[in-house]
Write a protein that binds this ligand. Structure first.
Ligand code: SF4
Ligand code: SF4
Length: 335
């Protein structure tokens, strides 16, 4: 395929082309002084100057809440009915390479012992267009987890800023079809690419050592957990913005006679997350809940799914009200 470029002035035409075919176009936009991923309708809504959207685009594949079944209670029976999966054709534009890399782990989780078609159908109908980062901050650490602004894992199309254009690289078959479907918007040619922002690798972090220490259950009662995480207030914000966090709860809502079963985001940082009906809680203290989250990122995901549990986006650091920095824990467990 010849070199392709996308002129920034053609972004509006791309949005129209996608929405005109009935698709939804999701991009970082400014809302209440924050850049967030939202469904948009025009190019002037797209944020031009941002590091990373505050939220992950995961909510367009795995919504905060959704109905997965409906039920009616009879005198001696329950009628449970499945619902249609709402999986519109979607383009996620302007995602960063780190967060696109989270998709492998999400898919592994949602197809592990049961295929969750609510997730898989949406993911299949989504084209992820990433843009290499030309800006970053001190919370970015993708290079420490072996990714970079040049990574294309999880992307369908990878763009690079190039003055008033983007250079375009097709990554997947889905990306190829996307370019073909909106061919009039893309031009042929080359452009001089802007420099990428390359976060400095944290040299004190050794992922192999982190993994080895977490494998040995001896760390469970190490007082270092309480020491490192004592300021955590258990708000759960880190889990909601994290592109790889995907815990959910099933809740029945309605009356005693009929209602709906909902799949709602949950957080392992809440004390009720593991609370048993007996009143016993195996993760009674906040540092135990934090330990679980860290193990999920650097032990459970890599061991079980051979995928990354943390992509180094730094969202959890930026959003944390007490600035608990996951990289400090990575450093401690690299010793
Ligand atoms: S743990 Fe933090 S840095 Fe890692 S992927 Fe989640 S939000 Fe990003
Ligand atoms: S955002 Fe910070 S305070 Fe809130 S649960 Fe996560 S680590 Fe704890």
């Amino acid at each position: 395929m010849a070199d392709k470029i996308l002129k920034k002035e053609k972004l509006g035409a791309l949005i129209e082309s996608v929405t005109g075919k009935g698709g939804r176009f999701v991009a970082p936009t400014t809302d209440a002084h924050q850049v967030v991923f939202k469904k948009i309708k025009s190019a002037d809504e797209v944020a031009g100057d941002y590091i990373l959207a505050r939220n992950s685009f995961k909510e367009f594949l795995f919504p905060q809440t959704e109905v997965v079944a409906e039920f009616t209670m009879g005198k001696d029976s329950v009628d449970m009915r499945g619902v249609e999966v709402h999986a519109p054709q979607t383009v996620v534009f302007g995602a960063r390479p780190c967060e696109a890399a989270s998709l492998a782990g999400m898919r592994a989780l949602f197809t592990w012992d049961f295929v969750d078609e609510f997730y898989t159908k949406r993911e299949e109908n989504t084209v992820v267009v990433t843009v290499g980062c030309t800006k970053g901050d001190d919370a970015c650490f993708c290079t420490t987890v072996n990714l970079s602004p040049e990574s294309t894992e999880g992307a369908d199309v990878y763009l690079r800023e190039a003055g008033d254009s983007y250079t375009v690289k097709v990554i997947s078959e889905k990306g190829k079809k996307f370019l073909e479907a909106h061919a009039a918007v893309f031009g042929e040619g080359k452009a001089k690419e802007d420099a990428l922002f390359m976060p400095e690798k944290i040299k004190e972090v050794d992922l192999a050592k982190v993994s080895a220490r977490l494998k040995d259950k001896g760390h469970y009662d190490d007082p270092v957990w309480a020491k490192l995480t004592r300021k955590c207030i258990g708000c759960g914000a880190c889990t909601f913005v994290c592109p790889t966090c995907r815990c959910f709860d099933m809740v029945d809502e309605g009356t005693a006679f009929e209602g709906e079963r909902r799949k709602n985001w949950d957080s392992c940082q809440y004390d009720t997350f593991t609370l048993h009906a007996s009143g016993h809680n195996p993760r009674e203290h906040q540092h135990q809940r934090w330990r679980n989250r860290f193990m999920c990122k650097f032990h459970f995901y890599p061991e079980k799914f051979s995928s990354k549990g943390c992509v180094g986006c730094g969202r959890c650091i930026r959003v944390c009200p007490v600035r608990l920095d996951i990289t400090e824990v990575m450093v401690e467990f690299s010793k």
